[in-house]
Design a protein around this ligand. Structure first.
Ligand code: 3HC
Length: 301
């Protein structure tokens, strides 16, 4: 069966209806990939305008996927696009959006209060069997789950940007996560075409725990004037085989995102020099230079 179409694995999986809360870059990407692999998806955000934009972004990304998968067969490509879009519903009302969910995955702003409010609101509304998960990159899953009465059905599901392209999914267990929940999430990860890895609930899980200090060191190198941004990036691409250098990756991910992660960790784990926020990034963020998405970060676009 062609990659990207609803597979028999998806049909057999325990998770078939996914409600994604947050229509930003990550939420849209997760909605797209889930729908592409046969899930019924409900995408939730606070306004119809945001959801309209999410849908447009999903369509643009799907066109790239379709072009890549079916170079010489535009009919098949169009079928993939229309079938995927037909599986995605949007909703501004969280409570009604979780009524049929096997999994509710949040990808909203990285503020613990917002996440607490969200999970408190749906705790008694979602079906008993529904699994709750967070795509957080800076907070601990246990802290987010503290408001929930279903900690055995709570976990982290951490995706990577761009979600339709990056093959990894980190599945994060808190001590209370049941084996049944964990197994269902691992199975779902495979059904949506991702390779899963498992990690305990630690800051940054696996990838960001290594990427953030690496990125910080590259930025400190730049701040000291040891090398130019271009040369740091060229060095890591050609000398270490990375698809992007650390400075361009910081711009690509969003300087605000990296900065928030460092700030959150510095606050929670004070004194760890690896988690120190950068003054240079702080300045760029305060000037609205957030990287690629705003047209300027370390580089101009
Ligand atoms: N949707 C669909 N397809 C996309 C896409 C998107 N949003 N973005 C890129 N693609 C596809 C392109 O269509 C292209 O397909 P092709 O090979 O058929 O032409 C393919 O991906 C490669 O894209 P490009 O040719 O535009 O550019 P690159 O070859 O430079 O690849 C990249 C782009 C995949 C982003 C690559 O540079 C890369 O892997 N960079 C590193 C990304 C990374 O490290 N991400 C993790 C960040 S950390 C994170 O997300 C965690 C969070 O918590 C902060």
């Amino acid at each position: 069966l062609a990659r990207g179409f609803a597979s028999s694995a998806a049909a057999a999986a325990a998770i078939k209806h996914v409600t994604i809360v947050g229509g930003g870059l990550m939420g849209s990407g997760i909605a797209q990939v889930s729908a592409q692999h046969g899930n019924q998806v409900t995408l939730v955000d606070v306004s119809e305008d945001v959801l309209k934009k999410s849908r447009q972004n999903i369509e643009t990304s799907l066109k790239r996927v379709a072009k890549k998968m079916f170079k010489d067969d535009t009919a098949k490509g169009e079928q993939l696009i229309s079938e995927t879009l037909s599986r995605i519903q949007t909703n501004v009302d969280l409570k009604s959006a979780v009524q049929k969910a096997d999994l509710v995955l949040e990808a909203v702003v990285e503020k613990i209060e917002v996440k607490h409010e969200l999970f408190s609101l749906i705790d008694n509304v979602a079906p008993e069997s529904t699994i709750f998960a967070s795509n957080t990159s800076s907070l601990l899953i246990g802290d987010i789950a503290s408001v929930s009465t279903r900690k055995d059905r709570f976990a982290g599901l951490h995706f990577f940007n761009p979600v339709p392209v990056m093959k990894l999914l980190e599945v994060v267990r808190i001590p209370e996560t049941s084996d049944d929940t964990y197994n269902k999430l691992i199975e779902w990860g495979a059904a949506i075409g991702k390779t899963t890895v498992t990690c305990k609930d630690t800051p940054g899980f696996i990838v960001n725990r290594l990427l953030i200090p690496y990125s910080s060191e590259a930025i400190r190198m730049l701040e000291r004037g040891d090398a130019t941004a271009r040369d740091i990036d060229t060095a890591m691409k050609l000398g270490a085989g990375y698809p992007m250098g650390p400075i361009e990756l910081a711009d690509y991910t969003g300087l605000d995102t990296g900065h928030y992660i460092r700030q959150a960790w510095a606050k929670k784990f004070p004194g760890n020099p690896l988690f120190e926020p950068s003054k240079l990034v702080e300045k760029l963020v305060s000037e609205g230079k957030l990287g690629r998405k705003t047209g300027e970060g370390f580089y101009k676009y």
